[in-house]
Write a protein that binds this ligand. Structure first.
Ligand code: NCD
Length: 338
């Protein structure tokens, strides 16, 4: 049996930002997720998964609100037998005594084998990873959302959902993908945009009011890597050209002075009447939680993939953990023999 612990030379160790992923890694993670899901279909398979990492412990440090990401990571850990502990409220940790965030994170590394973190601070996961790389007890960090900046594991589950949705149409290559909503402060769409350079002939259509347009750093990245994109405020005009529409909520927790409430969002809501304009094999996605940007009546349309996307998140996170702890070959090998 392979040693279930990460090594220094391992390129897949910390998961910090989507720029670290290439096509081989993305394809490999999707294949691994498929393998995990096949195990999970049967009691024996689930028990097999649960035996894999029973000697490991994980820390969930989530000081920003979270339902899906927290629960899917916690359950992904449990699926593999990893025991978890958690901090969800910084006011109950020693930060209130003046401890620095990096010292707190270093403390977690004394007790656990993986730290999964969501914080309002951008760049903290990277700073923690730098620190962990220098100290004796090096444990992997997974960024589960860093402020307005990145949400790499969400982008991975989005890629998996897109690939599966286009399974019979050549995958993501060549597709036109619309992203709508708060593109300026939405970390999901930022992280997903960075991944598009790995796919051939993808076109992005950014649909947002002027106040929430995609930031220049992402657009510069897309230009540098030859990823075509356009920007519009007209969802209805863009709809017929899209293979996928990825809708996001307004991130008003970042408002300085309620500026979101002054923006007219009426043209950026998707309702049943819009379904007609979407391709018959088009896909509607949303990282959730939603507000009124997708009407609940859209849920019953087979092109609405967001609830499936949510569940895919747990399986993709299992896959990520198996890769970090280097048991992915075991999973794939047993899958092949299955
Ligand atoms: C997203 C997030 O936290 O960035 N949620 C999630 O993790 N599924 C999207 C959001 O909160 O709007």
């Amino acid at each position: 049996m392979a040693e279930a612990s990460p090594s220094h030379s391992d390129e897949f160790f910390h998961v910090l930002k989507t720029q670290q992923f290439d096509r081989d890694l993305l394809d490999g993670l999707c294949e691994l997720t498929n393998a995990v899901r096949r195990f999970a279909k049967h009691r024996e398979g689930l028990l097999f998964l649960r035996r894999q990492l029973g000697d490991k412990r994980g820390m969930l440090y989530f000081t920003q609100p979270s339902t899906r990401t927290f629960l899917s990571f916690n359950n992904a850990c449990q699926i593999l037998g990893i025991q978890t502990s958690e901090i969800r409220d910084a006011s109950t940790s020693s930060e209130v005594k003046g401890e620095s965030l990096l010292d707190s994170l270093r403390t977690f590394s004394s007790y656990v084998d993986v730290v999964i973190m969501r914080t309002k601070e951008e760049g903290l996961a990277e700073a923690a990873a730098d620190l962990f790389d220098r100290i004796h007890r090096r444990v992997p960090i997974i960024n589960a959302g860093s402020g307005k900046d990145q949400h790499p594991t969400q982008a991975l589950l989005d890629i998996y959902t897109l690939e599966r949705s286009f399974m019979h149409r050549g995958g993501i290559d060549g597709k036109v993908i619309g992203m709508m909503g708060d593109l300026k402060r939405g970390r999901t769409v930022r992280s997903l945009s960075y991944l598009m350079k790995n796919y051939r002939d993808v076109k992005l259509v950014f649909i947002a009011p002027p106040a929430f347009r995609m930031e220049e750093d992402i657009k510069a990245h897309l230009k540098e890597h030859g990823v075509a994109f356009s920007e519009t405020e007209d969802m209805e005009a863009a709809l017929p050209s899209l293979d996928a529409l990825y809708i996001t909520r307004i991130q008003d927790e970042h408002d300085v002075s309620k500026e979101s409430s002054r923006v007219d969002l009426s043209r950026f809501k998707f309702g049943v009447r819009h379904l007609r304009a979407l391709k018959g094999d088009g896909v509607i996605m949303h990282p959730l939680p939603r507000r009124d940007e997708i009407h609940p009546d859209v849920d019953s349309d087979p092109r609405a993939k967001y609830w499936r996307q949510e569940r895919n998140g747990m399986w993709m996170r299992v896959a990520i953990l198996t890769k970090i702890f280097k048991i992915d070959h075991q999973i794939l090998h047993s899958y092949l023999m299955d």
